[in-house]
Design a protein around this ligand. Structure first.
Ligand SMILES: N[C@@H](CCC(=O)N[C@@H](CS)C(=O)NCC(=O)O)C(=O)O
Length: 213
């Protein structure tokens, strides 16, 4: 049994999507971020970084980091087709997108959402957010171009575990207002991913509604 530590609409949702898509046996422990439960001693014993998601594996060990959890689930449930096999021609592009989203786009978003962690100047947080917004829009524009030319999924017609990560990030729109109006191929991707039954079940639990422009 896998145990996902989660909170509504946090980064845990991508691990949740992948567990559901994989048909993995799992249960959930709510760590309510609205109540700061992720900074309380009980959760810090699970993940000393105080961040979600965290996943307890059947052997009792715990891992964190979205990309690591995504890849682990994909590799442990190969029949789900969530990741191209190691020798598949699409494996490189799969890894590239997974790490690009987690290492480049997501951190730019975190700079927007936590600007006080980037500067010691209280008056400088607005400028940090403005710069992050610029970078985020540029990154979405590149992703949109890729999806327009080579979509509808990141790997063309092949759905992979990188797609729920992209979808999750596309729902975080405060840092990129009107994302689905500005980037129509991202919107088409979001609609396609959200329509998958496993994704829809998890989205409903997390209260992520159908894609709205
Ligand atoms: N690099 C981590 C980032 C995770 C992350 O920042 N999660 C957010 C939830 S959306 C969080 O726990 N934030 C609380 C904090 O940073 O204090 C990952 O990919 O899992």
């Amino acid at each position: 049994m896998y145990t996902l530590y989660w909170s509504h609409n946090s980064a845990s949702i991508v691990s949740h999507y992948c567990l559901e898509e994989a048909g993995a046996p799992y249960d959930l422990i709510l760590v309510d971020m609205a109540q700061e439960a992720h900074k309380k001693p009980d959760f810090l014993k699970v993940n000393p970084a105080g961040k979600l998601p965290a996943l307890k594996l059947p052997d009792g060990s715990i891992i964190s980091e979205c990309a690591a959890i995504t890849l682990l689930i994909a590799d442990r449930f190969p029949q789900s087709g969530l990741a191209p096999a190691a020798d598949d021609p699409k494996r490189g592009a799969f890894l590239m997108w997974l790490f690009h989203l987690n290492n480049t786009l997501q951190p730019a978003m975190l700079r927007y959402y936590y600007p006080d962690r980037i500067t010691t100047e209280a008056a400088g947080t607005g400028a940090v957010q403005e710069k992050a917004k610029e970078e985020i829009a540029m990154l979405w524009s590149r992703i949109d171009d890729h999806l327009a030319k080579s979509g509808p999924y990141l790997l063309g017609n092949t759905f992979s575990a990188a797609d729920p990560l992209l979808y999750m990030l596309s729902t975080w729109q405060e840092c990129c207002p009107d994302l689905y109006k500005r980037f129509l191929s991202v919107r088409r991707h979001a609609e396609k991913v959200r329509a998958r039954p496993a994704i829809a079940r998890v989205a409903e639990l997390n209260e992520v509604g159908p894609v709205a422009a």
